[in-house]
Design a protein around this ligand. Structure first.
Ligand code: HEC
Length: 122
């Protein structure tokens, strides 16, 4: 019921939409406050990787990530699954939620620029 009520209204409120999508698609791994989970899941709150790889984030969300990466000095080597079902708008809202939550203060993505980045996904 709540979701039905949310439907259209949420898309007019990008931050709330991003929060809702984050809780549904990301929080089970990255946790509610973006703190990550031990040695398995890297944090998003205050993450240097997030700050340094903004251009790659749209593709990372859509295609997932299977790599060995260093986030805030710790090594992570688990796999992040792809999110092929999320639309360009939904990815924009999720990233803008993450970029402006939990102390993060990164610039917002604009939909058109994000679409250009998605065209270049490997
Ligand atoms: C099944 C668990 C899982 C889910 C669900 C998941 N991730 Fe990840 N995420 C990971 C793992 C594991 C890595 C590290 C991957 C690697 O080492 O190659 C990662 C890495 C990342 C990174 C880069 C590293 C960092 O900390 O900055 C970002 C950004 C990210 N995820 C965002 C998201 C977003 C946004 C969602 C929701 C759309 C999401 N993830 C859903 C497990 C997950």
């Amino acid at each position: 019921m709540l979701l039905v009520l949310c439907g259209m209204a949420c898309d007019r409120q990008p931050y709330q939409s991003g929060e809702r999508l984050y809780k549904a698609h990301c929080a089970n791994c990255h946790m509610d406050k973006g703190e990550g989970l031990g040695a398995l899941i890297p944090p998003l709150a205050g993450a240097d990787y997030l700050a340094k790889h903004q251009d790659q984030l749209p593709c990372l969300i859509r295609k997932g990530l299977k790599d060995t990466i260093v986030v805030n000095g710790k090594i992570y080597a688990e796999q992040m699954p792809p999110n092929e079902a999320l639309t360009d708008v939904q990815i924009t809202n999720i990233l803008n939620y993450i970029n402006s939550s939990w102390g993060n203060q990164h610039p917002a993505f604009q939909l058109e620029a994000l679409r250009e980045m998605l065209k270049k996904c490997q």
